[in-house]
Design a binder for this molecule. Sequence first.
Ligand SMILES: [Ca+2]
Ligand SMILES: [Ca+2]
Ligand SMILES: [Ca+2]
Ligand SMILES: [Ca+2]
Length: 255
Amino acid sequence: MRPLLALLLLIATASLAQAGTVFLGPSPYLSAADSPFDLFGLGTTFFLEDFEDGELNTPGISWHGPPGIVLEPGTLTDSVDGDDGVIDGYGNGGHSLLSRAYQIEFSNPPSIYLSVGLDFDADALGFAPTALGFAWTDGPGIGSVAIHLFDNENRLISANIWGVPFHEPLGDHGFDGATMEDRFYGVFEPSGFRRAVITTLTQDASVGSFELDHLQYGLIVPEPSGLTTSIFLISGALFCVRCFGERSKSTTQLG
Ligand SMILES: [Ca+2]
Ligand SMILES: [Ca+2]
Ligand SMILES: [Ca+2]
Ligand SMILES: [Ca+2]
């Protein structure tokens, strides 16, 4: 097995056994209404960056590594469907984020890792975020999606790979902004995190980036009883390690 992939699988498997961590998705996502997080109200403990103002500028978040490129509305842009005002199967009229980080492993065939790195400022936020999600909107037709979370000492604390690496149906093999294949991925990590890396894994050498949208993150507080407060609107379409009872009081701010 390829060394980098083996490492990714090892840490993903280890983290799945970690108590309290919940991975969410993939689930269809056409607007913020499809988020499994409780988005009630706009506030101070949860944020959603939809890139519609052309920038990554919601509170307490910045690039780690190469900044992504915010795509303006256009024929190749694959925003979340509802951002252009109408859910019609296309996201061309909105803005999305295009990844820039690219790593290739020269196996046969070569393995390609496309990623977006994000830092979270706990001082600015007033807390270390415990929840992260996003909508994957475009990229290779065959591949997988991964999230890796790190603490304030840059130690990996949880990770997951959705799908069989390099073999899972992922994109729609088109570049026209269609939204049928758009999917939400997310994680609840009760210990809090300071950095996240979102990766698309593929062996399709013709694809050098992927698009995401609706980055969402914030504070979810476990209950004193030890049962984690559920801030997720659990649906049958969501994959979860553990399902919980109540909804949180977290609030959301569109960016
Ligand atoms: Ca639309
Ligand atoms: Ca958007
Ligand atoms: Ca799409
Ligand atoms: Ca913004």
